[in-house]
Design a protein around this ligand. Structure first.
Ligand code: ZN
Length: 351
């Protein structure tokens, strides 16, 4: 079948020489017509024999090729028409849905939040580390407030002794991973959110994970773990809202050395002599509710730009005597973690 080989060769040549498809097709058509004419004029001759086939066979082949080409052309036309069809006008800003407007109506009337602030909350990416006592009110209030993307990391499971203060869990969830149980509670409270539970500890190696968030909020109870999270936040340049509780007292602050504030190591360069977790020292039930709620409030302020945050300040709360006070905090220029990394002068950035 020399004729077929000639056609294949012509197609390959057209591709190699990058000839326009119409030129290649024209050459193939001319060849096909020549072969057909040869078979019609001198059927059975030496030339027709060397080319191969017969007139009927080449006619069928031509008809089949024409059918395939016609079908391709039809598809191309349909596609171009589909592309050219008028598109529905896209809304320039999807904004808040009717359900969201009703849900967040108490935010929307606050002039410090309003629609723009609510949209900032919806677009925010927050990493919450620890779904325990502080994490319980924190997660619920972040979810209720409409913080759009929440990653929640905790490697623990729900136990009976948690339920005295970790109000995001229920008795029937004992044994469940806290990250999953808390994520489920958040989504049941507000289905408009994107919640990612992580059943693991956050370590110093998680700089990339932290860098993917606008804010980290941390309420764990091991000094070594907190120091590692602080180092990762400083390396990623992401602010860290930090809360701590013990017995009847709690503290809240914002660590943000990239914008002039101190980091945790500026204030606590070394582990305290008595670093007793809640399991040993005890903690009164409603205290994490107070401190975790303040952390959620500071997070909402930070994300919306409302009011004055806790950069360079630490709030101290004494539940036993019903007292609270504020102390100033400052960067340590010799801090081994953040020393020399401040990007802005103190007070230059919003809290
Ligand atoms: Zn520091």
């Amino acid at each position: 079948m020399l004729g077929l080989w000639l056609i294949v060769l012509m197609l390959i040549l057209g591709r190699v020489l990058r000839l326009p498809w119409t030129v290649t097709l024209g050459m193939v058509c001319a060849l096909w017509l020549g072969i057909l004419a040869l078979h019609l004029v001198a059927p059975g001759g030496a030339a027709a024999e060397s080319i191969g086939g017969n007139a009927a066979g080449w006619l069928v082949l031509g008809a089949f090729a024409a059918l395939v080409l016609g079908y391709r052309r039809l598809l191309g036309r349909l596609r171009s028409r589909a592309v050219a069809a008028p598109q529905p006008a896209l809304r320039p800003d999807p904004g808040l849905s009717e359900a969201e407007i009703e849900r967040y109506s108490r935010h929307l009337v606050l002039h410090q939040v309003g629609g723009p602030g609510q949209m900032q909350l919806r677009g925010a990416r927050v990493l919450v580390i620890g779904a325990g006592g502080l994490g319980s009110p924190l997660c619920l209030y972040l979810a209720a407030a409409g913080v759009g993307h929440i990653t929640l990391a905790d490697d623990d499971t729900v136990t009976l002794s948690n339920l005295q203060r970790q109000v995001i869990f229920r008795d029937d969830l004992r044994g469940e991973p806290k990250a999953y149980a808390a994520a489920e509670a958040m989504l049941k409270l507000n289905p408009h959110l994107d919640v990612t539970p992580l059943i693991r500890r956050i370590t110093e190696a998680d700089t990339d994970l932290i860098a993917g968030h606008d804010l980290v909020i941390e309420g764990t109870d091991s000094f070594a773990g907190r120091a590692a999270i602080n180092r990762a936040c400083v390396a990623a340049g992401v602010p860290l809202i930090w809360g701590a509780i013990g017995q009847w007292e709690g503290q809240v602050t914002l660590f943000d050395p990239a914008r002039g504030g101190p980091c945790m190591a500026c204030l606590f360069p070394q582990a305290p002599e008595r670093d007793a977790p809640c399991a040993e020292a005890g903690v009164i039930g409603a205290l994490p509710g107070v401190i975790g709620s303040i952390m959620a409030l500071e997070a909402i302020k930070h994300l919306t730009g409302a009011g004055q945050g806790l950069r360079g300040r630490m709030m101290l709360f004494d539940g036993l005597y019903g007292e609270s006070r504020m102390i100033s905090t400052a960067r340590n220029p010799d801090c081994p973690v953040c020393g020399g990394k401040s990007a802005l002068a103190p007070g230059a950035a919003r809290s």
